[in-house]
Each structure stands twice: as structure tokens, then as C-alpha cells.
Ligand binder design. Structure first.
Ligand code: M6R
Length: 360
């Protein structure tokens, strides 16, 4: 039942405020995160994230949070590579965090088995509570997003970000003052309303998607944590609309990808971090100077400073920097959804893909 929406993907996008609310309630009670003390949380020195697809992108955002808030070194690995890679020496205090919606992804499960053989403690962040991954991990942190039917992950990706935001705050308690972490936790409580407000900007996204009807390629750019959002936006778009989409850290543009830019290729730019905004704007000027069409995804304030480069804008509500990645996800999801609709494609079941990738 798509609950009055045309597709499961739309239903799941619109469920996100309720999902976040649910996670906030679940993680307000500290007992879930206090499980980490069984690993001697005070001694966690390095975190190795392992995941695939959208779950990999969510982990890539969490790396920024954890490193900046608690100084714990984080690495992020694609499971299909990590399962075979020569691993460096494992240090005391090293843990793995596996992120998965289904909990059945073959490559992530193979990585889990390998890590257990090597004796590294494994934390799984999983949506399907009865899954193999949830069963085999030392500690499982639930996503509580409810069943996700659309092959393109939306609410589970959002849930991964929110759970890892709670986890980041928990780890930050070791060095940040409780006043600071308390303030950041309040931001998470405001998130459902901000996501709701971002959903209200759907008409601007529909307009941008209508321009994608005959497009064959698109670029997504971001900096800092928004690099991972750019990658997620590109993955979502190619998955649902079959448009070739690539993502780059904006600063990499002139090291090669700029050669691709012409007036036929839309460029979507995520204006997330205030500090990096002037840098992003100058990257984008390189695009417009070559006739490229730039669509900026950002709040009103960033739009003002990008007005000279933007030929299209998808405005999101202004949010505290910590939770901006979640807010930025909304127009990216809606863009992929509407692009698939205008191209007349099977939104919930894209060709060649399975919801859960249980083979290598
Ligand atoms: O179930 P998992 O989170 O382990 O799945 C990982 C990927 O297969 C998944 O995120 C995939 O990339 C999605 N279809 C993306 O929308």
C-alpha cells in the first residue's frame, strides 16, 4: 500500500519526519548506545566503516562528524573491496561499524565474517532487525525506519544518518562538554520539522526534474560531508532515471571532470558548509564560464552568495550545520524520483537492480 502516494519511493520520502522522530525517541534512552561500553567505548581509537551503496555514503558523512567531534580516526570502506583487501595490523581499540538497510548484503556479510575471524569487534547499524547481520554482530544499533520497499533507498539512508548522528554525539561525550553535545542533540529534535519544510519545496525540484527529460549526463558536486551527499544524489539519479550521473569533490573539477562540462550537462552543486561556500562558488564559476548550467542546492543564505552562478535553485530551509546533510538529502531524493517519473520509468523497481544484493 503506497498510502495515497503514486509510488513507494514517494511514500518513503514523505515518511522521513516520522522516522526521525521515532529514532530520536528510541535513542533518547541511552541504553542502546550504552551497549558500546561493553566494547569499552572510552578506548575506541579507530573506527572502520564498511558498507555498500547508499549505506556507504551515509557512513562517509558520519566519518566527518566523528572525526570533528571526538577526534577518533575513521576510515570508510566499500565492502566488496574490504572483504579481500590486505588489512593493516589491527590495533587495540579498533572497531568496525557495518551499515546496511537489509542486513543481508553479501559483501558486507563477508566482511563481517572476516572481521570476526580477525577478532575485531563489530557493530552493525541495520534496519532489518531479524537479519543475518543483526544476528552476527557483537552489537546492533537499530535503524527503526520500518520496511523500505522502493529499491532506491531513501528513508533508510536518512535513518542511517540520524542514528550515526546520535552515535557521533555519544562518542563526543568523551571530550566535548555535555552542554555542546546537548545543544547538538536539540538540533536532531528539530530535524523532523526541517525535513517537513524541505519537502514543501518540492515544486522547485519538480521544475528542475522536468529539465532532465532528455538529458543523458549530470554532475554532482559538493565539499566536506556534502561530497558524500553529492555521491548519494548521483547514485539515486542513475538508479531511478538511468541518467549517467557522477559526483566529484568540487575542488577536483579542474583536475579532469571540467572537460566534460558543456551546455548539455546539468551540474548540481550542494552548498552545505558555510566556510567552504566561497571555494565552492569559485569552482562553480569555472562551470558557468564553459556554458554549464548550475543548479544550487542550499539555504537562502547560500543562494544569495551563489546568485551569479546559479541558473536553477533548489532551496532548503536553513539548518544548523550539523544536520544539514539530512536536509540536503531531501531535494536529491525528490529529484531522482521526479526525474524517473518524467522519463516514464518504473520508479520503485529500476531495471537490473534488486532491493537486497545477496549475491557477490
Ligand atoms: O541493504 P544495504 O544497505 O546493505 O544495501 C546496500 C546497497 O545495495 C544499497 O544502498 C543500494 O545502493 C541502494 N539501492 C541505493 O539506493
Amino acid at each position: 500500500d503506497t498510502g495515497g502516494h503514486s509510488h513507494f519511493m514517494a511514500k518513503e520520502i514523505y515518511e522521513q519526519p516520522a522516522v526521525i522522530d521515532q529514532i530520536n525517541r528510541l535513542y533518547r534512552d541511552r541504553s542502546l548506545l550504552d551497549q558500546l561500553f561493553s566494547l569499552d567505548a572510552a578506548r575506541i581509537r579507530r573506527i572502520n566503516f564498511v558498507a555498500c551503496g547508499s549505506s556507504f555514503h551515509a557512513a562517509s558523512v558520519a566519518r566527518h562528524w566523528i572525526q570533528s567531534m571526538s577526534g577518533i580516526e575513521c576510515t570508510v570502506h566499500v565492502a566488496s573491496e574490504y572483504r579481500y583487501e590486505a588489512l593493516p595490523r589491527i590495533y587495540p581499540g579498533e572497531v568496525a561499524i557495518l551499515v546496511s538497510q537489509s542486513g543481508e548484503t553479501a559483501d558486507t556479510l563477508a566482511a563481517l565474517e572476516r572481521l570476526r575471524r580477525l577478532g575485531m569487534p563489530v557493530i552493525a547499524i541495520v534496519n532489518e532487525s531479524g537479519s543475518t547481520m543483526a544476528r552476527l554482530a557483537d552489537i546492533t544499533l537499530p535503524l527503526a525506519a520500518g520496511p523500505e520497499i522502493g529499491v532506491a533507498s531513501t528513508k533508510a539512508f536518512m535513518a542511517q544518518l540520524v542514528v550515526m548522528a546520535h552515535l557521533s554525539l555519544h562518542l563526543a561525550l568523551r571530550q566535548a562538554s555535555p552542554t555542546i553535545t546537548g545543544r547538538l542533540r536539540d538540533h536532531l529534535l528539530r530535524l523532523p520539522a526541517l525535513i517537513d519544510a524541505a519537502l514543501h519545496n518540492e515544486p522547485a525540484v519538480i521544475e528542475a526534474a522536468s529539465g532532465l527529460a532528455g538529458v543523458s549526463s549530470a554532475l554532482f558536486l559538493g565539499r566536506g560531508p556534502f561530497q558524500a551527499l553529492a555521491a548519494e544524489g548521483a547514485l539515486k539519479l542513475k538508479e531511478t532515471s538511468y541518467i549517467h550521473a557522477e559526483a566529484f569533490p568540487a575542488g577536483e573539477l579542474k583536475h579532469g571532470p571540467l572537460a566534460l562540462v558543456d551546455d548539455a550537462m546539468p551540474v548540481f552543486a550542494l552548498a552545505g558548509s558555510d566556510d567552504l561556500r566561497p571555494k565552492l562558488a569559485s569552482n562553480l564559476r569555472e562551470v558557468t564560464a564553459r556554458g554549464g548550467q548550475v543548479h544550487v542546492i542550499g539555504d537562502r543564505e547560500s543562494m544569495l552568495s551563489m546568485a551569479d552562478v546559479a541558473s536553477g535553485m533548489m532551496t532548503v530551509p536553513r539548518a544548523p550545520e550539523f544536520i544539514r546533510p539530512m536536509v540536503a538529502a531531501v531535494p536529491l531524493q525528490l529529484l531522482a524520483y521526479h526525474a524517473a517519473c518524467v522519463r516514464g520509468l518504473d520508479v520503485d523497481r529500476p531495471r537490473n537492480l534488486a532491493k537486497s544484493v545477496t549475491v557477490e
